[in-house]
Design a binder for this molecule. Structure first.
Ligand code: FPP
Length: 360
């Protein structure tokens, strides 16, 4: 490992073996200065390719500020070189999750979102954090390293949401269908979620984030359940932002559970069939914000914006809640997603005309 500086050329080690080139992976040599400042920031970690998507360049007014440049001037990048399939013990450490507090773009304070006004910012964002495993595989790294890098991306996104006025962030951490992955990857994911839940807790407390976890927690192990309980208890009075983590969650399963609960209450005479409407149905879903009694309108239930990285489908996420949500698909793998990419998504959202089917 050595420190690299802006202006140096980075050759990403994991993409350099001849076998990778044979598979069509690009040689991936970039000069940081040749990329526009926000995107240079995104690439300076050596974490992945520069983010591209359909949106044209950002009109941020904050690009290339000293605030964003200073945090990304220097970054640890593993040395380039030949990479045997078995790897070298310890060398993967350069790709592992960057600890909270370490000097890195994943920990730098977000640049203010001055170019958008409060009304243009979605109050509730939902994210399908996809592509962790493929990001790692493309670099011939273990899939679990992709997931670890995904935690870095999420940390940065949480900080941006807090700084930019997003009041609720709902993320898909593990789906009902993910239980079908091979046992060792499931175990690794559970262990990672537990570690992340514990390690990130001080930051979440500091940032005023209230953590809620939804999904079938009966299926997760005791260690993770305990970490979830601790995070929810430690943050329950925070009111700056709500982070909803969907874990062992499926949208269809959630709807079925709500329907069963309603049926039970109707059968028991506690609820009349005539009282079942969209509003009451919503209140039986796991995403329902139980503190809505406090009537903070910004802690509303339905996401304004759904972001998915790398693919373009809903994959059983928030099926009821997304009925009128704006969809944004980013052509990046989740480990590459960060401040610049989120800013781009918010710019795209600001241009949308939300009609809810009600007017032309
Ligand atoms: C999808 O990538 C991602 C996941 C299954 C896990 C995402 C979880 C995190 C980023 C950790 C979140 C942490 C907390 C505390 C909420 P994939 O494996 O499906 O990627 P692929 O599509 O390339 O296979």
């Amino acid at each position: 490992m050595h420190r690299r500086h802006r202006g140096e050329t980075i050759r990403r080690r994991a993409d350099t073996p001849s076998s990778s080139r044979d598979r069509g992976v690009s040689d991936d040599v970039v000069s940081i200065d040749s990329i526009e400042p926000d995107l240079a920031k995104a690439s300076s970690t050596g974490a992945g390719d520069v983010a591209h998507d359909d949106e044209s360049s950002l009109e941020t007014g904050s690009r290339g500020t000293s605030a964003s440049a200073s945090s990304s001037d220097v970054e640890d990048v593993p040395d380039a070189g030949w990479w045997p399939s078995g790897g070298f013990p310890g060398l993967l450490d350069g790709f592992r999750a960057i600890p909270r507090g370490a000097h890195s773009r994943w920990n730098s304070p977000p640049t203010p979102l001055r170019e958008l006004d409060e009304t243009q910012v979605p109050k509730h964002i939902a994210i399908i954090m996809d592509g962790n495993a493929r990001w790692a595989e493309k670099r011939r790294l273990p899939r679990t390293i992709g997931h670890e890098r995904g935690v870095n991306a999420l940390r940065q996104v949480v900080r941006c949401c807090g700084a930019w006025g997003v009041r609720t962030l709902t993320v898909f951490a593990f789906s009902h269908e993910n239980w079908g992955r091979n046992a060792s990857e499931v175990d690794e994911l559970m262990a990672l979620l537990e570690t992340a839940m514990r390690d990130e807790l001080p930051l979440l407390v500091e940032e005023g984030v209230r953590v809620e976890v939804i999904g079938d927690l009966n299926r997760v192990n005791e260690g993770l359940r305990d970490a979830v309980d601790r995070a929810m208890t430690a943050t329950k009075d925070n009111d700056k932002m709500r982070l909803v983590v969907a874990l062992s969650y499926g949208g269809r399963q959630d709807i079925v559970e709500a329907a069963k609960q309603i049926a039970r209450e109707v059968a028991a005479g506690k609820l009349s069939v005539d009282d079942v409407n969209e509003h009451t149905f919503s209140s039986y879903l796991s995403t329902y914000d139980k503190t809505l009694a406090s009537r903070d309108i910004h802690f509303a239930q339905a996401p304004d914006l759904l972001i998915r990285t790398s693919e373009q489908r809903l994959s059983n996420f928030l099926l009821w809640e997304l009925a009128y949500t704006e969809l944004y698909f980013a052509n990046t793998m989740w480990p590459e997603f960060g401040e610049a990419e989120l800013r781009r998504a918010l710019h795209a959202y600001a241009k949308r005309d939300r009609r809810y089917g009600g007017r032309s």
